[in-house]
Design a protein around this ligand. Structure first.
Ligand code: HEM
Ligand SMILES: [Cu+2]
Length: 572
């Protein structure tokens, strides 16, 4: 079967692109960036409304815009980008053809139609049910239908990804096991299948309920199953952005994982335990036993947290080892000081790692403790936590990857390279501060998703301390900084992709399928000795010190919150 296929090899990276895969990766990435643009405009409006001194939108618009912001960002931006990552990690990294490009296009168009239908439902004004759309709050049927179509499209994309792995195996385009980055993508895709199945189990009956064919949706059942979907989808993001960390570490430093086995085991832990952690969204719900909540959120969740901490250690560890081997071997932190801080792929990736760990991780464990959850339940602490995870963590990592993709995938020179150096800092630091001040205001009790924290005109008023208003103001200003960082990202990416100078590289050429595209299979790293680097018997002592700082911060913050809990509920 000597079908001819179109491939090209990128001269500067050596990556091999199959023509349909390249097109699909581009289109998915473009759809992602368009969603980010829409979500970003909405972010600005939401932020200006939650800024007490500005209080921009009227209530109906606030809830509409908040619903659309959550969906366009956390569903459409992130998932379109993830599909691009899946195709990249299969077809490109394994140097093989993409399986069933026709199906992949079907998936893509279903996702586009789904995203549009869902957005239309929200902007009609009768579906301001928030990202979580808890029953018995009902939206227009098109709201659910849009999400279902989008999910079917994403599911098809996952199967195209799995199919591509089968192709690579059958056509022997790699030897040994798949590279670690691809392994991480496999983790993400397996979780995605579980996630989409849970989404279908809850959204299809809810859709039928919205058109009157089902007459009752139990609200506790809705919340339980919805979070099997909602939480797991966050774990797809984590598996995807951790893979991106490894990829960027490999591209920028030539860093090899410190231990493939440990990293792979950590990915495997995600598959085993994260769905159970969904229970942390139900900690304040009546009707579920404490035993169930505590088992799932303590014993089970910590194994998923462990996995993230392993990655948080091995990624900088691998970078440290690579840097020390290049000669940056003095003291504890020369490797970090001499890192390429003006390379936006690196700075985005490193801030993603630190922000995700310190802000998202520590706050997540605190919130996931049944007793402590009471302090912050439904306060603005919650969006503070998840902007640290899905924005500083996932979104910033994806931004870092984009800078790498512009020349190799889109074959364009990057526009505004000077601005690109600063973009990750403006966005990342803005978002970190935004998240921190949200958490601060939340600790003082400021509610999330609330149009007016002053409760003006309500019979039962409540006065927050002045600090809460101050924190909401600083939060909003930091949010504006992040919006500026987002605009910089959009200018650079859209500018480069559509107007950037074309890079002339060898174009697609026919290759006989039987021979495969990879005449030289990817060489597998050989074990190397790290003799002569590091100090005191550690190859990566700097990373070890960073881990101890993390541990100290973690323990202190955790216990401070127990202390705080004892004061908010005086018993004597
Ligand atoms: C410049 C960037 C961003 C800013 C300034 C921003 C700002 C905000 C604000 C002020 C809220 C409302 C919090 C509340 O009142 O409860 C919010 C909610 C939310 N944001 Fe963002 N955001 C940004 C980016 C993102 C990104 C990139 C994502 C996802 C990847 C995201 C996902 C969400 C979600 C899921 C909600 C909650 C919606 C709900 O409660 O139903 N945001 N954001
Ligand atoms: Cu969760």
């Amino acid at each position: 079967m000597a079908v001819n296929r179109m491939f090209r090899t990128c001269p500067s990276t050596g990556l091999v692109y199959h023509e349909p895969a390249e097109k699909l990766i581009r289109w998915n990435a473009v759809a992602a960036v368009v969603s980010l643009l829409v979500g970003g405009i909405l972010a600005l409006l939401v932020t200006l409304t939650r800024w007490p001194a500005v209080h921009l939108l009227p209530p109906d618009w606030f809830y509409l815009v908040l619903t659309a912001h959550g969906l366009d960002m956390l569903v459409f931006w992130i998932i379109f980008f993830e599909i691009a990552v899946l195709y990249f990690c299969s077809s490109v990294l394994l140097r093989c053809r993409l399986a069933m490009p026709g199906m992949a296009w079907l998936g893509f168009w279903l996702m586009i139609v789904g995203a549009l239908v869902n957005n239309v439902a929200v902007f009609r004004g009768d579906s301001s049910v928030m990202f979580t759309s808890y029953a018995p709050m009902g939206a227009h049927p098109a709201f659910y239908l849009g999400l279902i179509l989008f999910a079917v499209g994403a599911l098809i994309a996952c199967f195209v990804f799995f199919g591509t792995l089968v192709v690579a195996k059958a056509e022997r385009t790699y030897n040994g096991s798949v590279p670690l980055v691809t392994f991480g993508a496999v983790t993400a895709a397996i979780i995605a299948v579980f996630t989409i199945a849970s989404g279908a189990i809850i959204l299809i009956p809810t859709f039928l309920w919205s058109i009157g064919l089902v007459d009752y949706i139990d609200s506790l059942m809705y919340r339980t199953v919805w979070w099997a979907f909602g939480h797991s989808s966050q774990q797809i993001n984590v598996a995807a952005h951790v893979s991106v960390w490894y990829a960027i570490a490999a591209v920028v430093f030539g860093a090899k994982p410190m231990s493939e086995k440990v990293s792979r085991t950590a990915f495997f832990l995600y598959i085993c335990f994260l769905q159970l952690a969904s229970a942390h969204h139900l900690l304040a719900d009546p009707g579920l036993t404490s035993n169930w909540k505590i088992f799932n959120t303590s014993y089970a969740m910590y194994l998923a947290v462990l996995a993230s901490m392993v990655h948080g250690l091995t990624v900088p560890g691998a970078i440290e080892v690579a840097q020390r081997e290049k000669g940056f071997n003095r003291g504890l932190f020369e490797w970090l000081r001499k890192a390429p801080w003006s390379n936006p792929s690196f700075s985005a990736m490193f801030m993603s790692l630190i922000g995700f760990g310190f802000l998202g991780g520590i706050s997540g464990v605190m919130m996931g403790t049944e007793q402590l959850n009471l302090i912050i339940h439904n306060t603005i602490y919650v969006p503070g936590h998840f902007h640290a995870t899905v924005v500083v963590g996932t979104t910033l990592a994806f931004m870092g990857l984009t800078y790498f993709l512009i020349p190799t995938l889109f074959r364009r020179e990057m526009m505004f390279p000077g601005m690109a150096k600063w973009q990750p800092y403006v966005f990342g630091l803005g978002m970190m501060s935004f998240s921190l001040f949200m958490m601060g205001a939340g600790t003082l009790g400021v509610p999330r998703r609330h149009w007016d924290m002053t409760f003006a005109g309500n019979a039962l008023g409540y006065e927050f301390p002045g600090t809460a208003y101050l924190m909401m103001g600083i939060m909003a200003i930091s949010g504006l900084a992040a919006v500026v960082g987002g605009i910089m990202y959009l200018l650079i990416t859209v500018g480069s992709v559509f107007l950037g100078k074309k890079i002339q590289t060898p174009d697609f050429a026919r290759v006989a399928a039987r021979d495969g595209v990879a005449p030289k299979p990817v060489p597998q790293p050989v074990a190397v000795s790290h003799a002569g680097i590091g100090t005191a018997g550690f190859v990566a002592p700097g990373t070890f010190v960073l881990a101890l700082v993390f541990l100290t911060a973690f323990v202190l913050y955790y216990f401070v919150n127990w202390k705080y809990l004892s004061t908010v509920w005086p018993l004597s």
